[in-house]
Structures are given as C-alpha cells and as structure tokens.
Design a protein around this ligand. Structure first.
Ligand code: ASP
Length: 571
C-alpha cells in the first residue's frame, strides 16, 4: 500500500439523515494536523486543469465520500504550525512533520540504501554482515567514545569504523563484505560532522584498489542514474594524484567545476617581487585567476570588499605572506601587473590567458612536499568563488564532478587536530595504519624514508566534498607489526590492542582492499543539501548534543557507582 498522499474528503448534505452531515460536523470540530480515521467510499474525481491548483502530493484522480470521521488524537492549540514555521532542534518531530523536503530526504535516503544493497549484494555478490558496536579501544586514528562496563575499570569503545572486523572477515573466508554501518568518532564537529554517522562500508578479498574503485563507481553511477536521472555519467571517473590535486587546486578534495587552476610560477618572477609577497627566503609561488567580471572596476570593488570581510582574515594572517591581488585592466601599464615587470607580466598573461576584469592572486608557500588537506591559495580559491557566487558575479556551479584522488603519502607529520595512532615517531597514518604502501619501491622506502612512501589509498571526491576513502590493506602480519611498532612507534601496550588483527593476518589472510563511503554526506550531496543534518532524522547539534532527547545527560551517583567511576574535580 502506498501512503502519505493527501486526499479530498467530500460529504453530501442532501438530508440531515445523510451520514455525511454528522461527519461534516465532526470534521469542523477537528483541529488541523489531528489524526483521524475516515470511513467512506472512494470515488473518481475530476482532476484539476493545472496541477499547481493543488498542494503537491494531493490525489487528484479520486476523492472520498465520507460516512464517518473519528478523531484518533488532537493536535494541541498551543503548538502553532504554519507551512513556514521552523521548529527548534528540540522539536524535531514537528520539523519533520512540517517540512516535506526533510521527509523527502529521509525517503531518498532509504531508497538509496536499498539500491546500494541491491547493487552490491545482488549484482556483485557481497554479503551484508553486521559487526559489533561494542568494540574495543584501539589507536586507529580518531578519538573514540568509551562505554564503561560494570566490571571495575573495564570499557568497550564504539567503533570509529568496522575496519578491523572487516579485515578479520577477509581472513575468515568471506570474499566480499558490505554493511551500511554506524560509526562513532569523537571529533571536531565544526566541519559539519556528526559524532555518529553512517558509512557504506565494503571490503573485497583477492582484490586491488582498482577492483574496489570499479565496484564503487558502479554503485555511485547507479544511484546517480536511478535517483537523480543523470544521463551523462562518465564511463570511468577521472583520477588525479594527491600531489596533482594539491598543486592544481590546493586541495585534496578539489571542486573541479570551478576551474581556476593554480600554477607554480616562482621561476618566472623577479626576485624583488618574491621578496615583497612574503618572508620566506625561497618559497614556492602559486598563481591563479578568477574571471570575476569583464569590468575591472567591478572586480576591484568585489575584491576590496572581500579583503575587508572576516572571511579574508585567515588569508591576511598567513605567516607565509598575504595573497598578492591584481585586477587585470588594459587601461593600466602592464594591465595592472607593473610589479611583475615586463617579462613576468607577459609570461603570466600567456599562462593564464588573462582578460580585462580577471582577478589574479599570487601566494607564497614553503617550498616543501605537500602535507594536509589544503593550501592557503586552495582555500582562497574556494572562498573567492563562494563570495562571487553570493554576489551574483559568477554563476553557481552545477552538476556532479566526480574524481578519484590517489597516491596519498602513507604517513603525515602528527598534528594537534587528530590524535593519530599516538606513537612517538611524530608521524601519523594519513588514512589509517592498515593501508599498504603502493609499490615494492614504496615498501623499501619504509625502511629509509617513511614520509616519502606513497600509499595505495584512494578517496572519492565530488564537487569539493570527500565522499569516502579506502585502500589496499597490509595483509601480512609482519609488515603490519613493523608499521605500528617501528614506524609509528606505538607503545607495546597499544600494539597489544591490535593482537586480534595481527593474529588474523598471520592466519594466511588473502590480499584485500576496501573503502567506506560517508552515506549521510553522499545523500546530502545528491540532494544539494548544505548540511548532513538535513538528511539525518535525529542529528546531533554542532555541540554533539541531541537537542530533542537532551543528551548527553549528567551521570547520576547511582550510575557512577554502577560503573565504579568517580568524577575528578574539574579545574
Ligand atoms: N574504514 C575506511 C576504509 O575502508 C575508511 C574510513 O573509515 O575513513 O578504509
């Protein structure tokens, strides 16, 4: 049976004995939004000439001739619900009820999950397997949530992903595993992240990264075609190495729709210009253009306003130098690029095919291998595009530009932002510590220069959003132990926390590879939603709270006692 459409009720008032009269009276006494049970006869109805004459979702081909109406509950008068009413997060039930697009997103999400299962399990022979949520604390990379038990001092941890279980399954003779899995990470929530979220998780035995990428493409293409009616899906998604993405777009999740490729130009520039744009002695210098307007004065107003806005602060405060900003104006000497000198101005003009009104940005950075997810000029590229779109100077990018980013560094210097594996080497795994080096030459580099090892790691990116990532895994216990112990230098105690995995790999585990897609993000991107909260029934707030049920709650004395816990005085 199909539900959730709206139907018109009609009653005949021909005589007072007609049951429709009593029903009509009952109907008049009802408050809107109240649930009712209606008995009547379904009959054909003349459809309206223009569908717009009725609210969407209205059944126009039939109506119900009412015999009786029984109220099942009453919608209270103290709740005001007009179509435009926006309810606070603590009234999520009313918001879901009042916002058709939210309900539509939940329906879309359910349908997408159905298609994913169909594609993976029915077409490609994956087995859906549930893995435990009461897992254990291991230094996989993200900050975990602990679940204390009634045994003094003992706790489970919620899984940051089913990673270790799914690898153990590869050692268990399961050839292809998938799960639409809940994951938990106690991380910085500012970047539209949720402490609990859903992944489309998969792993394949006797498989390479190539096999995984092909399967994932088939899932994403099917979703795009069936759910979004996309016609021109590329045969294969383009690939780009991490270094290429960072140098061309200043991001490891580039939005390819924006254009504005970045070029490295310090070799073209006069020394005194390089000295002016930042304090670094021999920096790398990047340049990009954004065609804001054909009118140089409009571009000038735009960029001055932007540089005065709070969004510009991080770029102005960049310790490696502020961005050098130029507006191309053919009425000026060297088109407004006097400080470049004749030769460099000409070369840059040719490189970027400059025209009147183009915004040109120069930015210095340390001349060192890329690390992390973005560069300042990459962030500025996004911020300027966003501001120009907001002001109607550029049109908003449309469509879906998928790309794989490959060849990430296997390790990165530790940062304060992520706990990493907590080893003492000053290194953390860029993806996670189970990712394999890409080639045998990379395996050799493990011994001599870990920071230059390239990983067999791939991320799927669309429109500047990382949809997910995966890798070919280390499938031999010796190498896994070497990475954890000798490279990341995790303590013996923490190494012991991975004993189950090492034991599973030791038991003749086949080579395997996998990936996880962020399901919330995938649905949000497909629906063009700003935030993953718009596609989750009960999302947490930016402070990690469930405003509706009011969680987390303070532990009571009894609970503390049950778990043998005592609170420290907060300092
Ligand atoms: N566990 C994922 C994988 O399959 C990655 C992730 O959770 O971010 O590699």
């Amino acid at each position: 049976m199909k539900l959730a459409s709206t139907i018109q009720l009609v009653s005949s008032l021909a005589s007072t004995s007609d049951p429709g009269v009593a029903a009509y009276d009952a109907l008049r006494r009802l408050t809107t939004h109240s649930p009712v049970a209606v008995t009547g006869t379904l009959q054909p109805r003349k459809a309206p000439k223009k569908p717009s004459e009725h609210a969407s979702g209205l059944i126009t081909s039939a109506e119900t001739r009412v015999e009786s109406i029984v109220p099942l509950n009453a919608f209270p008068e103290d709740i005001i619900m007009a179509p435009e009413t926006v309810f606070q997060a603590d009234q999520r039930h009313l918001q879901i009820r009042n916002e058709p697009s939210l309900r539509e997103a939940l329906r879309f999400r359910s349908k997408a999950a159905h298609i994913i299962r169909d594609e993976l399990c029915d077409k490609h022979d994956f087995i859906e397997i549930e893995t435990p949520l009461l897992f254990k604390s291991t230094p996989e990379g993200a900050r975990e949530f602990l679940v204390p038990t009634r045994v003094p001092g003992m706790a489970y941890a919620l899984p940051q992903s089913p990673q270790q279980y799914k690898q153990i399954m590869m050692a268990s003779g399961i050839p292809r595993y998938m799960q639409i899995a809940k994951c938990f990470r106690d991380e910085d929530l500012r970047a539209d992240r949720q402490p609990e979220f859903t992944q489309v998780d998969l792993e394949m035995a006797f498989a390479s990264g190539e096999d995984v990428m092909q399967i994932v493409e088939s899932v994403v293409k099917r979703l795009s075609v069936e759910m979004l009616h996309q016609k021109d899906m590329p045969k294969a998604f383009p690939r780009m190495s991490y270094n290429e993405a960072m140098s061309k777009y200043g991001s490891d999740k580039p939005d390819l729709r924006l254009g504005s490729e970045i070029h490295r130009v310090e070799y073209m520039l006069p020394v005194d210009l390089i000295g002016k744009i930042g304090p670094l002695a021999s920096p790398a210098v990047d340049v990009m253009k954004i065609p804001i307007s054909e009118d140089p004065s409009a571009t000038m107003v735009f960029v001055n306003t932007f540089m005065d806005s709070p969004e510009a602060q991080p770029f102005i405060n960049n310790p490696h130098g502020q961005p050098g900003i130029f507006v191309i104006d053919s009425r000026k000497p060297l088109q407004g690029m006097q400080v470049f000198g004749f030769e460099a101005a000409e070369q840059v003009e040719e490189l970027l095919s400059l025209e009147d009104g183009d915004l040109v940005v120069l930015q210095a950075r340390p001349n060192a291998p890329f690390a992390g997810g973005s560069t300042p000029i990459g962030n500025l590229r996004l911020a300027l595009h966003k501001a120009a779109v907001a002001q109607g100077l550029l049109s908003a990018p449309t469509g879906f530009a998928f790309t794989w980013i490959t060849e990430f560094p296997l390790f990165s210097p530790t940062t304060d932002a992520e706990p990493g594996q907590g080893g003492s080497a000053g290194l953390a795994s860029t993806h996670h510590p189970f990712t394999s080096p890409k080639t045998s030459a990379d395996v050799d580099l493990l011994l001599t220069d870990p920071l230059s090892v390239v990983a067999d790691h791939y991320d799927l990116v669309v429109n500047g959003v990382e949809l997910g990532g995966g890798s070919r895994r280390i499938h031999k216990a010796d190498m896994q132990k070497y990475v954890l112990q000798e490279i990341l230098k995790i303590s013996d105690e923490r190494l012991g926390d991975f004993a189950h995995l090492l034991e599973a790999l030791r038991a003749g585990c086949p080579p395997h590879a996998g990936l996880a897609l962020g399901f919330d993000r995938l649905v949000a991107v497909m629906l063009g939603k700003e935030s993953v909260r718009d596609v989750i029934a009960f999302p947490k707030t930016g402070r990690g709270e469930d405003a509706m049920v009011k969680s987390p709650t303070r532990m009571t004395e009894v609970q503390l006692e049950t778990y043998h816990l005592r609170l420290r005085d907060s300092k």
